[in-house]
Structures are given as structure tokens and as C-alpha cells.
Design a protein. Structure first.
Length: 758
């Protein structure tokens, strides 16, 4: 329990310290004045500051009481002597007789042998020890709790000065081995392939505290209470929102936040820090720094995660208290942003100017996290699970993200930079060559026209139609809109988005795929944890959800009809397993058409309804299905995972089966033959359509409509322009019933021999 008198003395000292800090002197002069002030105020015969330097060394930077000649001469290794002990453990020491401590190291140049008692605390910044502050006295005394608290508070104020770069050069302050600035190579898990170089941008910028010392603790407490109250009400609002499912992961995170925001120990420590004269934000920071240090030594994953949550909470409170609530998205950004975050929501990623985004690096993240799905549609490389990246990278440092080799280079050396720059130049030159062909129609060397379309899922993708020379959008994944929102978009919101997509596409056709949620695309506001399935890819997803919750599909159909009024509307249903399902979905759409007609609403000029072929069973009902569809689109990603019973997201299985195998090719060939016989257009919109070699084979099998990720259009068009299709079809006939695992090598050899650009 602290008394009024206990509170007053520290505040007086802090005020004086603040005046010294705000003065115009050099950093070293300020530090000299600070130790003198502390010594006088705490009635200590010695007050010294050691700062960490390159090579894990602590150097005496300022002292009142020790011999002046020792300043900048006395150095101790991390772990050496009591100062080294405090720095290594990041914990305070309070000793009545320091010389009897086993770690005591006698340094004759300092003249400290006459001092017995010692109180020392680490100076922490960004979860790291940047120095040590200590007081000493001749008499054998134990310092009080109040003294300890005061010294810790002063250390907090000093931390800003120590980390400012004015005392120890900034390049010695980086948290790398030996405290020197070495290039680092960190490993991660790629969630989207690719290569990028750029400048590091921290999604949550480190907050610079301008005001550390406050005049009136009552006022600071009130500020803190107010911030906490606001935080509580925001949490309560979120928690009671009808669309957060009980037991969902989302809810669990919010509950954890609330638990910490009510934690007495945590609140008590913040209150104490405010009492000692810190501003509310500095008090939260002080407690947060201590928590971070604790985090370092905890190996239990669950506790670590909880402490991480606490760290997040503190960060949010500081943001709130300092009014610096923005993420880096609103800052002035470099042109080559490599965004670094612990984790982030998909909507937060979309706040960034996509023209400037080069890559995303996450400390956490998983392949199914929505931010990864969105990053994929933006076509930027994503490297996840990069341990400790937030602490190891400073803003605007050069970084290279190499997802193809699962690595991140921080401050890469000149030769590493040159090697990667060369690879990127080659890639860029190739893209430039593709750009030159964007106005050419995709016609093979022997005169067969092919329709090359792009897959999209966000409005930003649409800029690519023109730039890449796509004929249309062959697959618009509507679920992405649902994933970047905190709740279901209503009919008006959906209408607006679909309308702007059609506006931007102009005369080019857009094929909207109805909601494909479930499976790996879980919406936190829709599916609860209890809905987690053992086998989600084959679970309650896509059309199955739409048929069980017809309102969802009807609302989407309504929005699509509104958006396409007076224009062409193409809609397709995902994951159709049998004709009856397709018919049921089509009926729901037709009910909406009738409703619109009854209400006298303007309808689309033309409505085409199709199905995705992703479930092999549908193949065996083709004669019936083809009577009822306007077109078919093969979703080869899902189709072949079911065809080979091989999870499309499992890295251990990727490459095990090849889509260019005799089995898959004979399946696709039979499919095209049946569609052609009944004059039903059939396209393919899975990833294989974007691989030039695979696309070549698809054309040989008879496909004339392909849809792919936007960057693939250039390379595939180059292949089309160089292909003599009749010859290829003849070659395919010769392959007959081969027993091979894959025909890929044969096709590659064919392409080489026939100068097809693959
Ligand atoms: C597919 O399965 O091939 C497809 C295009 O759909 P998605 O990748 O969105 O599941
Ligand atoms: Mg699919």
C-alpha cells in the first residue's frame, strides 16, 4: 500500500527528470544530470548507468560517485558482475551487502569497494534490456519497495533516451547476436509463393511516447479508467453482437481480452506506476515491458499465447491513450511495402494501397487464415510463422521475402541483394514482354480462338482485366467479400459490390460463383468451433450450406439480379454433387427472378446458369445435367483432390499425383466430348489453367475456355500464340492407354520439340 507521502517524493524527482530530458543539452549531458539528480534525491552515494553495446558488453556511461575516469572505460560482459547479472536476467537486484554476492566482480578503476548496498534495475525497451541503472550506498541497508518502484520508473524514462540512438549508435541497438547489426535469415511457412524485395513496414507501428511524466496522478488514473471503460464497452458490444457465435474462436479471443482487462494484478501494477508519477500511457508501457521480459522466459505455449494477448491489449490501450490508433495503413508508406504483422484480419490488409504492397510476413498465420486467402487474390507472396520477426526487424529496413525457399532475409548483404535483384529483373522483363501481347487476341498459330479469363475475388483485382488483357472473369469468388467483413453483408451491400464489378468489367462477361464457404473458408460469425469437422473439404460447405440455409442463396441471387438489371448475368454453383442439388439451387434463383418480376423490377437481359464440376459423381450424370445447364466449369483444384482422394492443402501430398496423368486426362477428355456433343460450353477455372504446360494439354483435349489467376494470363497467352493445336491433338491420340504415373515429361518434351512457349 502506497501512502500520499510515498507518492509525492517520486513525482517531484520525475518532474525534475522530465525538465532535464526536455532541455536542449546533448544526450550525454542529460544522462550525467540524471544520475546526479537521482543520487541526490534518493540519498545514494553512487548512481550509475550502464548501457548495452555491440558484442554483449555493458559500458559505464554515467556515474555520480564512481571515479570519473572509469566512465566509458569500465565494461562488463553480459552475465559478468552484478551489472551483467541484472542485464542477463532482466530482473532487479536489491542487496544489503553486494560484495558477498557470488557474481560480484571487483573493478578497481571505479573505486566502488567502499560501497556495500546496491539496488539495480534493468532498463527495458521493446522487450529487451538496453542498460542497467543502479544506486549504491556505503551502509549495509536493504532498499525499500518504494525505492525499487521509483528506480524502475526512472529506468522506464531513461529507456527512451537509451534507445534514441544519441548515446549508443542505433546500429548497435538491434537485437541480433552479439548486438551488432548482422544480416539475418529467418525461416517461415510459405502461404503464397513468390519473391519480393522491399522495405519493412510494421502493421502496428511502435508507438513513441512523448509524455512520460505527469503532474497529476488522479488525472492520469481518470484517463486510464476512461480508456479501459471504452475498451470494455467495445468488447461487450462485440461479445453481445448477435452474430458472434458462442464458443467461436473470435469470441474466445474477446473473452481473453476481457479477462485481462479485469485482472487485478495487472491493473494494480499500472495504478502503482501512475502513482509514482508516470502518465497513464507510460504506466501501461512500463508494465507491458515487464510482461514482455517475462514472456521471453516462458516456454509453455498456452501461457505464452495468453501473455501475447495481454501485450496486444496493452498496445491497444496505449494507442487509445496517445491517440495514435492508426495502423501503418494510414501512414506515408514507401513504394515497396513488405508488411510485417503478428497476425491480421483480411479487412486490415485491404486498408493498404495494393499498388505498394510487395509481400506479407506474419509471425503467426496459417494457410486457411483469411488474410492468406485475400493475400493470394492480391497475388503477393506470404510467409507465415516467422518466429520473432516483429522484434528482429526495424521499420524501413530492407528485407527479401523468398517464399519459394521459405525464407526471409533481414538487412541482406550486398551480394544477397544483388542475386535477388537479378532474379527479379528477369521476372520483370518477362512480365513486360507479356504486357506487350495484352491487346492480341488469344489465337493459336493454326488459327483456333481461345478464351482466356481471370479469376478474381476482390474489387482491386478488376484493374487487372485491362492490364493483363483478360477476356472476362471466368470465376468471381463471391465468398471473399464475406470473409473480409465482420458479419454477413446485406442485400444492398452485396448489390453495390456486384454492380461495381459489372461496371468495371464493361462488356467482358463475369461469371459469379455463389457462396463457397465452409471447408477451409470458415466465417467466424457463421460457423462455431463446435462446427469444426473432421473432414471439412468433404463437409458442410458451399452449395450444401446454401441449400440448408436457402435464405443465404436467395439474398445473394436477389443482389445479383439487382446488380445485373439490364445486363448479362452469369451465375454458377460450387460443389454440385448431383443433378438434384443443381436443380434445387436453380429453383431458388428462379424464385428470385419471379419475385423481381412480380414487383416489376428490371431484370437482366440474359441469365445464364451453370454448375462447377468439382465432385466426380456429377460426371456420371452428365447426360441429364447438360440438359439443364447453360455452361459448365471444371474446378480442378477440388475435382482432383476428390478424384485422387488427396488433400489439396496437404504439403506432404502435393506432387504425389499429377493432373497430367492418364487417369485425369481421360476423365477430362470424356467430359469435353460429352459437352461438345450437346453444345454446352465447358471451361476450367482451377490452378492448372494458369500453368502454360497444363493449359497446353487442356487445349489439346478440347477445352477452349480457361480461367486463371491474373498473372498467368501473359504466360498462357504466349503459349497459345506459339501452339499448333491440330498437331498437338494428333500427338495426344498416340498416347493411348499408357500405364505411366504422369505424362508431364512427355508433354514438356513435345513443347520443346515444337517450340511451344511454356
Ligand atoms: C477449384 O476448386 O478448382 C476452384 C476453382 O474453386 P476454389 O479453388 O475456390 O475452391
Ligand atoms: Mg473449389
Amino acid at each position: 500500500m502506497t501512502t500520499k507521502a510515498d507518492e509525492l517524493a517520486p513525482r517531484r524527482l520525475l518532474r525534475r527528470l522530465r525538465d532535464v530530458m526536455a532541455s536542449s543539452g546533448k544526450a550525454q549531458q542529460k544522462l550525467d544530470s540524471v544520475v546526479t539528480l537521482i543520487a541526490a534525491d534518493m540519498v545514494a552515494e553512487v548512481c550509475s548507468t550502464y548501457l548495452c553495446r555491440a558484442g554483449e558488453v555493458l559500458e559505464l556511461f554515467a556515474s555520480k560517485g564512481l571515479k570519473p575516469t572509469a566512465i566509458h572505460h569500465t565494461r562488463l560482459r553480459l552475465g559478468e558482475g552484478l551489472v551483467g547479472h541484472i542485464a542477463a536476467t532482466a530482473k532487479p537486484l536489491n542487496l544489503a551487502d553486494a560484495q558477498t554476492h557470488p557474481d560480484f566482480a571487483y573493478r578497481p578503476e571505479t573505486g566502488e569497494e567502499i560501497y556495500h548496498s546496491l539496488l539495480g534495475v534493468p532498463i527495458l525497451h521493446g522487450g529487451r534490456v538496453v542498460g542497467v541503472l543502479l544506486v549504491q550506498n556505503r551502509s549495509r541497508r536493504l532498499y525499500s519497495e518504494v525505492d525499487l518502484e521509483l528506480l524502475q520508473t526512472i529506468a522506464m524514462v531513461l529507456a527512451e533516451l537509451a534507445a534514441s540512438g544519441d548515446l549508443v549508435p542505433r546500429d548497435e541497438l538491434f537485437p541480433v547476436e552479439g548486438n551488432v547489426v548482422l544480416p539475418l535469415r529467418l525461416e517461415g511457412t510459405p502461404l503464397n509463393p513468390g519473391l519480393a524485395m522491399g522495405s519493412a513496414v510494421l502493421h502496428q507501428p511502435r508507438i513513441e511516447l512523448r509524455d512520460l511524466v505527469a503532474e497529476d496522478p488522479e488525472k492520469e488514473r481518470a484517463r486510464f479508467e476512461e480508456a479501459l471503460d471504452k475498451f470494455h464497452s467495445a468488447l461487450d458490444e462485440l461479445l453481445t453482437a448477435a452474430d458472434i457465435v458462442i464458443g467461436s474462436e473470435h469470441r474466445e479471443i474477446l473473452e481473453t481480452y476481457r479477462m485481462f482487462a479485469q485482472d487485478r494484478g495487472w491493473l494494480g501494477r499500472i495504478n502503482e506506476a501512475i502513482g509514482s508519477g508516470l502518465t497513464a500511457e507510460a504506466a501501461v508501457q512500463k508494465v507491458q515491458e515487464e510482461t514482455r521480459v517475462r514472456m521471453e522466459s516462458i516456454t509453455d505455449q498456452v501461457i505464452r499465447e495468453k501473455l501475447h494477448d495481454l501485450d496486444d491489449l496493452a498496445h491497444r490501450l496505449i494507442q487509445h491513450l496517445t491517440g495514435q490508433e492508426n495502423t501503418a495503413a494510414t501512414a506515408d508508406l514507401p513504394d515497396d511495402v513488405v508488411l510485417i504483422a503478428r497476425n491480421m484480419g483480411p479487412a486490415e490488409l485491404l486498408d493498404y494501397d495494393s499498388q505498394k504492397l510487395r509481400a506479407l510476413v506474419l509471425e503467426e498465420g496459417s494457410p486457411t487464415s483469411h488474410v492468406a486467402v485475400v493475400a493470394r487474390t492480391l497475388d503477393i507472396p506470404v510467409l507465415a510463422r516467422v518466429k520473432g520477426v516483429l522484434e528482429k526487424v526495424d521499420p524501413l529496413e530492407p528485407v527479401i521475402v523468398d517464399c519459394d525457399n521459405a525464407q526471409l532475409f533481414v538487412r541482406p548483404s550486398e551480394d544477397v541483394q544483388q542475386t535477388f535483384a537479378e532474379s527479379m529483373r528477369v521476372l520483370a522483363a518477362r512480365q513486360a514482354r507479356y504486357a506487350e501481347t495484352r491487346h492480341l487476341p488469344a489465337v493459336t498459330a493454326d488459327g483456333v480462338s481461345v478464351s482466356l479469363n481471370m479469376n478474381a475475388g476482390l474489387l482491386v483485382d478488376l484493374k487487372d482485366i485491362e492490364a493483363r488483357g483478360a477476356d472476362g472473369i471466368g470465376l468471381y469468388r463471391t465468398e471473399i467479400l464475406f470473409m473480409v467483413r465482420p458479419r454477413f453483408p446485406n442485400v444492398e451491400e452485396q448489390t453495390e459490390l456486384y454492380r461495381s464489378i459489372l461496371d468495371q468489367a464493361g462488356d467482358r462477361p463475369v461469371t459469379f460463383r455463389t457462396l463457397d464457404i465452409g471447408g477451409d473458408k470458415r466465417l467466424p460469425y457463421f460457423l462455431a468451433d463446435s462446427d469444426i469437422e473432421e473432414n471439412p473439404a468433404m463437409g458442410w460447405r458451399a452449395l450444401r450450406i446454401a441449400l440448408d440455409r436457402p435464405q443465404l442463396l436467395r439474398q445473394q441471387a436477389r443482389a445479383l439480379l439487382h446488380a445485373a438489371a439490364g445486363r448479362r448475368l452469369r451465375v454458377m454453383f460450387p460443389m454440385v454433387a448431383e443433378v438434384a442439388e443443381y436443380m434445387a439451387a436453380r429453383k431458388l434463383l428462379e424464385m428470385e427472378v419471379s419475385r423481381a418480376r412480380r414487383r416489376g423490377e428490371k431484370l437482366p437481359d440474359k441469365i445464364e446458369i451453370g454448375a462447377m464440376l468439382e465432385v466426380p459423381a456429377l460426371f456420371w450424370q452428365l447426360p441429364t445435367l447438360l440438359k439443364h445447364v447453360d455452361f459448365l466449369s471444371v474446378g480442378s483444384n477440388d475435382l482432383f483432390q476428390f478424384f485422387f482422394a488427396s488433400d489439396r492443402g496437404n504439403p506432404r501430398l502435393s506432387g504425389r499425383y499429377d493432373v497430367l496423368s492418364p487417369a485425369s486426362l481421360s476423365f477430362l477428355h470424356a467430359l469435353v466430348r460429352q459437352c461438345d456433343a450437346r453444345n454446352v460450353p465447358v471451361g476450367l477455372c482451377g490452378e492448372m489453367a494458369g500453368q502454360p504446360l497444363d493449359a497446353m494439354v487442356l487445349l489439346g483435349l478440347g477445352f477452349r475456355i480457361l480461367s486463371m489467376p491474373p498473372p498467368a494470363i501473359g504466360p498462357v497467352k504466349a503459349m497459345v500464340l506459339s501452339l499448333r493445336l491440330a498437331e498437338l491433338a494428333g500427338y495426344l491420340e498416340t498416347l493411348g492407354d499408357l500405364p505411366d504415373h504422369s505424362l508431364r515429361d512427355k508433354f514438356r518434351a513435345y513443347a520443346m520439340d515444337h517450340e511451344v512457349a511454356i
